[in-house]
Design a protein around this ligand. Structure first.
Ligand code: TXD
Length: 373
């Protein structure tokens, strides 16, 4: 029996619950919202709709967490959405307090769950949820890269008049200004994006993707997007509950992978399965793309540090710490070649996995890098 809880029964939360139910990804769904009646109302409405999709998923809603007990996956969408002109960072404090309230309930009611955080600012709220649940970092992740990737893909498809399903795209990094689109690994009809349009057009689509959420906020004037976000969340839930082991762009906890040190949540390609993030996958990023990822990680670390005031009462678990300037420099004082290090790490991971010594990965990589000329 699989059970999924969605906290926050607003636009993103209720549309996510509807999709999860329609796609029969679990037998039981629980909805929670702080506003009296909202989660119950949505549970009634969705429960009355699901039989149209041939789904027998049971759904219940409430302001408490009793009905969420024993969930396998918890999706946290509770929070305030952006208003026109507001940045994601503006939401840091207000939504930090909401995540703090939710995380304790999740920890107590569903101690074995995999948590997907959706609330903005995404990477920071994900780090906060991990810290306050005290769950192992691989069981807490954030949804943003899936949505940014979907937007990039749609813009490429519309621009090139190609069916979107024949376009592959990838965006990593942070949700916001430090998003790292990867046009180099994006394709149209299986051919590199650079062959499908001039560099200036790619740049324009990257910019539109970076601004993709704000474009909708500006037009809608009463909240932010929910159809694409809920589709992206549902894809992640499916990969987890069905143990698909697919590689998807998600905000995952990095401690050395891809040259991102310090322990920080940032958007990277990650293999998802029943246990959450099974591994962070090196898809062959260039030195410039890895630099972009590190810059995004450094910004997240800084904002997580700013959150410390809000964290009074936290359990002191492992959480993203700021990247130090020293972390960007190799022991001998020369700049780190992150692309090379990434290749070394991939090779070392394969060798160590065979002998069950993955815990030695960082030590082996650092030793190998120190010995290179
Ligand atoms: O890519 C992404 N990660 C995002 C993130 C894409 C879209 C939306 N993104 C963020 O998700 C957005 O900036 C917000 O922070 C959340 C939720 O967005 P949504 O559009 O669903 O906002 P709504 O419709 O206002 O719904 C939020 C609900 C609302 O019903 C509140 O009453 C409820 O959250 N809420 C709570 N529920 C439970 N517990 C607490 N403490 C609570 N506080 C508010």
């Amino acid at each position: 029996m699989t059970k999924v809880t969605v906290v926050g029964a607003g636009m993103v939360g209720s549309s996510t619950a509807m999709r999860i139910g329609e796609q029969r990804l679990c037998e039981e769904l629980a909805l929670v919202d702080v506003v009296d009646g909202v989660a119950e109302a949505m549970a009634l409405d969705i429960g009355q709709a699901l039989p149209f999709a041939g789904s027998d998923t049971l759904i219940a809603g409430g302001t408490g967490y009793g009905h969420t007990a024993g969930s396998d996956v918890v999706v946290i969408t509770a929070g305030l959405p952006r208003k026109p002109g507001q940045s994601r960072a503006d939401l840091l404090e207000a939504n930090g307090k909401i995540i703090a309230a939710v995380a304790g309930e999740v920890r107590d009611r569903s101690p074995q769950s995999v948590v997907i955080v959706v609330t903005n600012p995404l990477d920071e709220m994900t780090a906060l949820a991990q810290r306050l649940t005290g769950f192992p970092p691989q069981r807490v992740m954030g949804m943003a890269g899936m949505l940014d990737t979907a937007r990039f893909r749609a813009f490429i498809a519309w621009h090139t008049k190609t069916p979107p399903t024949r376009v592959e795209a990838l965006t990593l990094g942070s949700h916001g200004d430090t998003m790292v689109p990867v046009p180099r690994l994006s394709t149209v009809n299986g051919r590199p994006l650079a062959e499908a349009m001039p560099a200036a057009d790619i740049d324009a689509l990257v910019e539109r993707t970076r601004d993709g959420g704000a474009e909708i906020v500006r037009l809608l004037k009463r909240g932010s997007a929910w159809w694409a976000p809920s589709a992206a969340i549902t894809e992640m839930v499916r990969a987890i509950v069905r143990d698909e082991r697919r590689v998807l762009p998600v905000s995952a906890y990095c401690r050395g992978e891809l040259g991102i040190d310090g322990g920080v949540y940032v958007g990277v390609p990650a293999r998802l399965g029943r246990g959450g993030v099974l591994e962070i996958v090196d898809v062959g990023l260039s030195a410039a793309e890895l630099d972009g990822l590190r810059a995004a990680a450094a910004e997240v670390s800084q904002r997580v540090a700013d959150l410390d005031g809000i964290l009074a009462g936290g359990n002191g678990g492992e959480v993203a710490a700021p990247l130090s300037a020293a972390a960007a420099v190799a022991p001998a004082g020369r700049p780190r070649d992150l692309a090379l290090e990434s290749k070394v790490r991939t090779a070392a991971r394969q060798v160590l996995a065979r002998s069950g010594q993955l815990d030695r990965l960082e030590e082996v990589v650092q030793r190998a890098m120190a010995q290179l000329p």
